[in-house]
Design a protein around this ligand. Sequence first.
Ligand code: BG6
Length: 258
Amino acid sequence: EVLADYQGTALLEKQLSDKLGISRCIVLPGNADRQYRVIDSFGRRLNQLLGSILPTGQSMISVTGGSTLARVARNLSPDLSKNRQLVFLPARGGVGESVTIQANSVCAEMALRTQGQYRALYLPEDISEKSFESLQKESSIKSVLDLIYRSSVVIHSIGTASIMAERRNLSAEEQSLVDNGNAVSEAFGDFFDQSGKLVYKVPRIGLHVRDLDKIEHVIAIAGGQSKAKAIQSYMKNAPHHTVLITDEGASKLILRDN
Ligand code: BG6
């Protein structure tokens, strides 16, 4: 019975990775839309995964914000810091989101739970591209950015475009680009349509989807049936070595879709 279940999950994970075109999927039971504990199980699985991939010594780990990762963070544990010095960093600047789910807070929580360290990036969300350019050169910001670009691990979530557009307080003009472009997913400030085409990009400091190719371990975490379309859309742009931690709710919908 247990073996049959394991084989069933292994098959589902293989089919999902093939369909999404990424190296690995980890599918956990349940549907995150209905049960918060499913997100806790993502966190425990992430803890295991990090335990198996992180070398001894120092590692820089960049993370994005969002409600998924805020809850995932609470499930990391100090065993990860045995023989390791972990430094958690926000993958992107921007403090527009509510404090509890912004990347800075997710970093702080991960550091607290693992007894590691963190660095924050305090940057307003809605500043001009020109200001971004000069801010990037500020030494306090530059030192954190340099660490971000040296990360060996990125942990990110995938958002539903409509929810993310609202959360990011887009202007009417930006909002119409997202709407007219029929965006369905968002990650790292990039909005993509169903076919994976980039329809809008929030100008911000930090990691972009294109930078992920250079990062050794890329871990995406998103679950629930409501995220199925967003996951499919984002994965059209994800680097092949992405590992996705998700649930049965999202997986089954993705596999059903042709
Ligand atoms: C944002 C991240 O904070 O949260 C996005 O910057 C991510 O990249 C999004 O897609 C997901 O949020 P949630 O609440 O659906 O986990």
